[in-house]
Design a protein around this ligand. Structure first.
Ligand code: ADP
Ligand code: MG
Length: 803
């Protein structure tokens, strides 16, 4: 058992503006726990009437300043947890902080660069690498991905998740067994045999999450996501299975303070936007206070799911993500305060070992056989399962003569064979019973004879009737009781069978026998040949199928989509990644060729060595002399060359493997970005269609056309704010714009996004289904294009569109 308080770390998100410096300082003494000091700017400090403090100090296990790389975060925070999970303990890492402070960046990673990949992909990579190294144990890995939004759980890996809104999905519910273990009903577990399969599941879940999100629910800031890696391991031949779970949790935004503007009162009004975070806080407070008997875990789904992680059997780590800018000071302080409370919680992690009954039976059967064999050696006779008829007859004869023998000294000698001893007892019992029945039957016959002779007296008759009546009543009562019992038993049976079926889906699955049906949704792609990198394109179509996106669209739509794509902020990222991908592909190809060359070189060298060897032997034979004791110099040289080539081969192979992982990751990033683009295009298109219909005749009223989300250059040229939901986070490339808010009359946002199909959105958005309007839009785009061709200046383009 390992007792440990929850480890807390802080990560400060890079700020763009220089003047933000001086707001905080990090005091990192080698020996002491590092301190984060948040200094209140004067103008803000004035706002506190009763509190003149101007700086706040918080202790953390480690503080990662703006420059910390994802690699550093993984090495320092996630790797130790992953190691303890590999050793059989439960682990949890959760990120807590306000929206935009870098929780998703830390847990999942950025959507742009391979080096930006976060804790989940890096941990998967590390775990699979370690498992591969350890061949002495048998491992199985399963993945689940749960989203909790508005106190409801949704399975992000459910195949039905395809392009439907959250509300339409089957809900994941919590079941508690008599031992108070939590089971999650409707949450699917997917086996992942390789890192690649696990990564596919992560991206599938993320894409599902993105698609189900509507501008209304803003699920990404208000929901919690729990990515769980379930590991089972056992030594060959042992019946003990170890289970460990690693939860990687991206919590909802922790913001709660109603901002009242610059210079206004801060830290005054506590306004929870997220109820389950509020409950999480209550649990943390209860846990950090001594002598609290009741911990309100049951209040919310998230605290129930994370019950073990908070004050239970788990090694837990919290990352406080901070966006230390002036306007975020209050939230940052509140995040740090929360972390300080969390740091008081003690957990006790124990090894989760259990005996697998199937394996136990096999082991016991083996033991029995071994004992039997041993016994056979000892007694010198081969034991069959049962005694033969002749042996039985012989025994019965012995018993009869034993019983008949009047000599008190007589003994029944059957030897040490337990089977014979048992049979003797059985036979004796039978004889005794036979005798009893026989005796009784003679007694009852006598009574009957008596009855016939003497008629019953009136009094006796009455007495007997009363007794009969009493017995009747008793029987009735007993029958009723029996019925009730039977019903109870049936109910229990039903319940337990339900439980079992739920457990099958729940998290405590030990090595599932074979491949449970319906569990695996992804085809195992695992390319056998590394050179096979060009086949990854399949994934795109897989995601397309998963998300219900249609690959072909009408001509007008295609044209509009092309323009939308070109002007979209994310297209830069996609293009960048495409270039990198191309480069990696050619690198991989070149490397593959070199590897093949080296391989054939190794083959040639081996051949040469064998030939040389044979030559030497032949020489020895023909000249009739013994093999020269001196080492053959040429052969030595060839051997060292061979070693050299082998080393080279190994290095290149490792490199190629790493390249493969990077290519896969980039491919997935691009798929996700494309999906997002398409989704935003759909939203924009629907919006356009609606507003065109409302303001018909459409083609003439260009002023109603909303702008495309655009690249930064375009944005600078327009003075008008383009999006009403401004993404305040600074990024190298402009943040992806949110879909344009939907107008009043367009009240079926979720419905249209649900389908996410370019074809025809739901019935409440009639226009896109209308061929007239389709051609209107087409005409509109054509008109724009012709103007564009004439005056191809971007200013005009934007001026025309965004007037
Ligand atoms: P949250 O999930 O807390 O709402 P995100 O992880 O989405 O926040 O981060 C908001 C933005 O800031 C994203 O565009 C992300 O790429 C960027 N970001 C966050 N942390 C970092 C960091 N450490 N380095 C670079 N960019 C970051
Ligand atoms: Mg997030």
């Amino acid at each position: 058992m390992v007792k440990q308080t929850i480890q807390i770390f802080a990560r400060v998100k890079p700020t763009v503006r220089k003047q933000q410096q001086g707001i905080y300082s990090i005091d990192e003494d080698e020996k002491l726990t590092p301190n984060l000091e948040i200094i209140l700017p004067r103008d803000l400090a004035d706002g506190f009437v009763n509190n003149k403090r101007e700086s706040y100090k918080f202790k953390f296990q480690k503080i990662f300043d703006q420059g910390a790389s994802q690699e550093t975060i993984f090495e320092n925070i996630a790797k130790p947890v992953a190691e303890s999970v590999l050793a059989g303990y439960n682990g949890t890492i959760f990120a807590y902080g306000q929206t935009g402070s870098g929780k998703t960046f830390t847990i999942t990673g950025g959507a742009e660069r391979y080096s930006d990949r976060g804790i989940i992909p890096r941990t998967l990579s590390y775990i699979f690498e370690q498992l591969q190294k350890d061949s002495s144990t048998i491992h199985t890995t399963h993945i689940s991905y749960l989203e909790i939004y508005n106190e409801c759980g949704y399975d992000l890996l459910d195949p039905r998740h395809e392009a439907s809104s959250l509300e339409d999905l089957p809900k994941v519910t919590i079941l508690e067994d008599p031992d108070q273990n939590i089971h999650l009903k409707n949450l699917s577990l997917h086996q992942a045999a390789t890192e690649e399969e696990a990564l596919n599941l992560l991206f599938l879940g993320d894409t599902n999450r993105m698609i189900a999100e509507t501008p209304m629910n803003q699920a990404s800031t208000r929901s919690h996501c729990i990515f769980t890696i379930h590991l089972s391991s056992k030594e060959p031949g042992s019946a003990t299975v170890r289970h460990a779970k690693l939860h990687l949790v991206d919590l909802a935004g922790s913001e709660r303070v109603a901002k009242t503007g610059v210079g206004g009162q801060l830290l005054t009004e506590a306004k929870y936007i997220n109820l389950s975070l509020h409950y999480l806080e209550q649990v943390i407070i209860a846990l950090s206070e001594k002598h609290r008997a009741h911990i309100p875990y049951r209040n919310s789904m998230m605290t129930s799911v994370l019950r073990d992680s908070l004050g239970g059997n788990c090694m837990t780590t919290m990352i406080a993500t901070l966006s230390l800018e002036k306007r975020n000071i209050d939230e940052s302080i509140s995040t740090c305060r929360f972390a300080q409370r969390v740091a008081l919680i003690k957990n006790e992690a124990v090894l989760n070992e259990e005996i697998d009954p199937r394996l136990m039976i096999i082991r016991l059967q083996k033991e029995i056989q071994e004992l039997k064999d041993e016994l056979a050696i000892f007694t010198g006779e081969q034991r069959t399962e049962a005694l033969s008829d002749a042996e039985l007859l012989q025994l019965e004869k012995l018993i009869t003569s034993f019983l008949d023998d009047q000599d008190p000294e007589s003994r029944l000698e059957v030897g040490t064979d337990m089977r014979k001893i048992h049979h003797c007892f059985h036979h004796l019992k039978k004889l005794l019973n036979d005798k009893k029945i026989h005796g009784k039957s003679t007694v009852s016959c006598e009574i009957k004879d008596q009855d016939c002779q003497e008629p019953l007296k009136e009094e006796e008759y009455k007495k007997l009737r009363d007794i009969l009546q009493q017995r009747d009543n008793e029987i009735n009562i007993l029958v009723n009781m029996l019925k009730k019992e039977k019903k109870k038993a049936q109910d229990a049976l039903h319940l337990s069978s339900m439980d079992r079926s739920e457990c099958r889906h729940s998290q405590s699955l030990p090595f599932p026998p074979g491949n449970p049906e319906g569990l695996r949704t992804l085809p195992s792609s695992a390319p056998k040949q590394i050179q096979d990198v060009s086949t990854f394109g399949y994934r795109s179509s897989l995601l397309h199928r998963k998300t219900g996106m249609r690959e072909e669209m009408s001509l007008g739509r295609q044209e509009a989509f092309e323009i939308f794509k070109r002007d979209h902020a994310d297209s830069v990222t996609i293009e960048d990644n495409k270039q990198i991908l191309k480069q990696r592909f050619s690198e991989a190809k070149a490397l593959g060729e070199s590897i093949n060359e080296t391989r054939s070189k190794i083959g040639r060298l081996k051949e040469e060595i064998t030939q040389r060897h044979m030559q030497q032997v032949a020489l020895g034979v023909s000249e009739n002399i013994a093999m020269p004791s001196m080492p053959d110099l040429l052969e030595e040289k060839l051997r060292s060359q061979l070693e050299e080539e082998k080393k080279r081969y190994k290095t290149m192979f490792t490199h190629l493997k790493a390249l493969k992982v990077e290519i896969e990751h980039l491919q997935l990033l691009m798929d996700k970005a494309k999906m997002k683009l398409q989704k935003e295009f759909e939203a924009w298109w629907t919006e356009e269609a609606t507003s065109l219909q409302v303001n018909s005749p459409a083609v003439n009223s260009l002023s109603h056309v909303k702008p495309f989300p655009q690249t930064p250059e375009f944005q600078q040229e327009t003075s008008q704010p383009l999006f009403n939901k401004s993404n305040v986070n600074a990024r190298k490339i402009l943040p992806s714009p949110s879909p344009i808010p939907h107008s009043q009359e367009h009240n079926s946002t979720s419905a249209s996004l649900e389908s996410s199909v370019p074809e025809r959105p739901a019935s409440s958005v009639p226009l896109t289904g209308d061929s007239q309007t389709d051609s209107d839009i087409l005409a509109f785009i054509k008109a724009r294009q012709s103007i564009l061709q004439k005056k191809s200046a971007p200013q005009l383009w934007t001026g025309l569109l965004f007037s």
